[in-house]
Design a protein around this ligand. Structure first.
Ligand code: ATP
Length: 271
């Protein structure tokens, strides 16, 4: 239909584009990508590919980016949608729409289906009353379980900033049964995230290590914003002076002072 809440994408990034997250990548490799690439080992050890993954941690630290990279890594289609967005959009027809979503994912298999803000399914204050919410959660459980292997090649990754709000039934074996913590980037990761976001921009004399040292507690999204702000400074100069110059360390340092780190608030409220 025209009011679809999702697009089917082809992911163009891979795990190599994701800055830092060495532990997370190792876990994804062991729990997810390795088994996927080794069907003969799965047969030998009697392991199915069932089950999804729950990513959690502060906002802006790359959960969506990582899920997209997993799809790119697998050469799979990527569908991403925010539960918060669809709850309002789907009032009155949420079960039907959820079913259509899984049908689309199955028809594009292999497909990574990314469900952002999954904790919204537990929220008391939404436009859905509690029995409608219960029905929707049950529908999701049914879709996650699938029938007769019809979820083969559908990999569900869900994300949340508030794992404690998630319905326990969603965490059972075969559903979102593995949890991966995605923390804010450390200094080395911040340097590679900055490098990634500057790769297609004209820069000169930039000291990534110094910038990484100045950006403690910044999320990946904050760092992307720093790069954009620095680019804006240089462009503004080009427009006012008529002279084009590269993005400098000074632009970036000024941008760091302007962008506030966003992860502290999450750690203050995390239980
Ligand atoms: P939210 O909880 O708000 O949905 P999120 O954890 O899903 O946040 P993303 O949307 O994946 O965060 O990250 C926002 C943006 O920050 C990405 O589009 C990307 O540009 C940048 N980013 C975040 N983490 C990384 C990373 N590790 N490497 C490169 N870029 C990153």
């Amino acid at each position: 239909g025209d009011n679809r809440a999702f697009d089917v994408e082809r992911a163009t990034i891979t795990l190599a584009d994701v800055g830092g997250m060495d532990e997370v990548k190792k876990r994804l490799e062991l729990a997810f990508l390795g088994p996927l690439r080794n069907p003969e080992l799965r047969t030998l050890f009697g392991k199915s590919l069932r089950g999804g993954l729950l990513l959690y941690g502060p906002p802006g630290c790359g959960k969506t980016f990582l899920a997209r990279a997993v799809a790119g890594e697998m050469g799979a289609a990527f569908i991403s949608l925010s539960i918060v967005d669809v709850l309002n959009m789907w009032v009155g027809s949420s079960e039907r729409n959820l079913h259509d979503l899984f049908t689309a994912a199955r028809s594009h298999a292999p497909c990574v289906l990314f469900l952002d803000e999954i904790d919204a399914l537990g929220h008391k204050r939404s436009q859905l009353n509690s029995s409608a919410m219960r029905t929707l959660v049950n529908q999701l459980l049914t879709e996650l379980d699938g029938v007769d292997g019809n979820n083969d090649g559908v990999f569900v990754l869900a994300a949340t900033n508030a794992p404690w709000d998630i319905d326990a039934a969603l965490r059972r074996p075969g559903r979102l049964d593995r949890t991966v913590l995605v923390l804010p980037p450390d200094a080395a990761a911040r340097a590679s995230i900055l490098e990634y976001h500057l790769r297609d921009r004209p820069v000169a004399g930039v000291d990534l290590r110094a910038l990484a040292a100045m950006t403690g507690h910044f999320s990946g999204a904050d760092l992307a914003h720093v790069c954009e702000t620095a680019a804006e400074f240089a462009m503004r100069d080009a427009i006012t002076t008529g002279e084009v110059r590269m993005i400098s360390q000074q632009d970036l340092a000024a941008a760091v002072r302007e962008v506030r780190p966003s992860t502290d608030a999450w750690f203050a409220t995390a239980r």
